[in-house]
Design a binder for this molecule. Structure first.
Ligand code: E4P
Length: 218
């Protein structure tokens, strides 16, 4: 399973990259705004900086919601760097644009996916990645992880090549469950990634090893 970090923060991307386990980055307009990146020129320049920091895929989301606009914006984003993946919303114009990008060698991430039916449509259109939003489904008390399991089952049966990118991942348990349920990629905040490290027995065990070493060696 690949690990993407879900942020537009250059500091967090660098920290995740330096762990040596980072395969890519996802961003969205909310994450860009959170970092204070505003204005088209600044946004494009920020994507270039992210792409220079990591070798893996970097999802850059379009703002347009009409077919012509999505295509124009996506083609421009794709030219910024070879590792850009154009992030397109799960709407009718988005599916049409994903089909166009797929036919023209531009890789895509179909975002805002909340059902298995939407997942089938995105795969048929040739999306490179599919982003089901686990946390937001959990937020309305539906089982978000079941969505990953259902899509993984359908994609395996049908032989779809679109990679399942578990998104809206909020904690370390989400990461483990996404892995169990067949996600190809998980994108999450750095805090969730670092949450995987934590176990009290590790801390207790390390403290005892160090104490024993000190007692024996002074
Ligand atoms: C990533 O591609 C998504 O935009 C992101 O994971 C959404 O996460 P959120 O539901 O925590 O905002």
């Amino acid at each position: 399973m690949k690990f993407f970090v879900d942020t537009a923060s250059l500091e967090q991307i660098t920290e995740a990259r330096d762990l040596g386990i980072l395969d890519g980055v996802t961003t969205n307009p909310s994450l860009m705004a959170k970092e204070g990146i505003v204005g088209q020129e600044n946004i494009l320049a920020h994507y270039v900086k992210i792409c220079e920091l990591v070798d893996g895929d970097v999802s850059a989301e379009v703002i347009s919601t009409d077919y012509e606009g999505i295509v124009k914006e996506g083609e421009h984003l794709a030219q910024l760097a070879p590792n850009i993946v154009v992030k397109v919303p799960m709407i009718e114009a988005g599916i049409k644009a994903i089909s166009h990008f797929s036919r023209n060698g531009i890789r895509t991430n179909c975002t805002l996916v909340f059902s298995a039916g939407q997942a089938i449509l995105a795969a048929k259109a040739g999306a490179t990645y599919l982003s089901p939003f686990i946390g937001r489904v959990d937020d309305i008390t539906w089982p978000g992880m079941q969505l990953i399991a259902d899509i993984a089952e359908i994609y395996a049966i049908q032989g779809f090549e679109t990679e399942i990118l578990a998104a809206s991942v909020r904690n370390a348990l989400h990461i483990v469950d996404a892995a169990k349920n067949g996600a190809d990629v998980v994108t999450c905040p750095l805090s969730a990634m670092l949450g995987l490290l934590k176990h009290p027995l590790t801390d207790i065990g390390l403290a005892k090893f160090l104490a024993d070493h000190k007692k024996a060696n002074g």
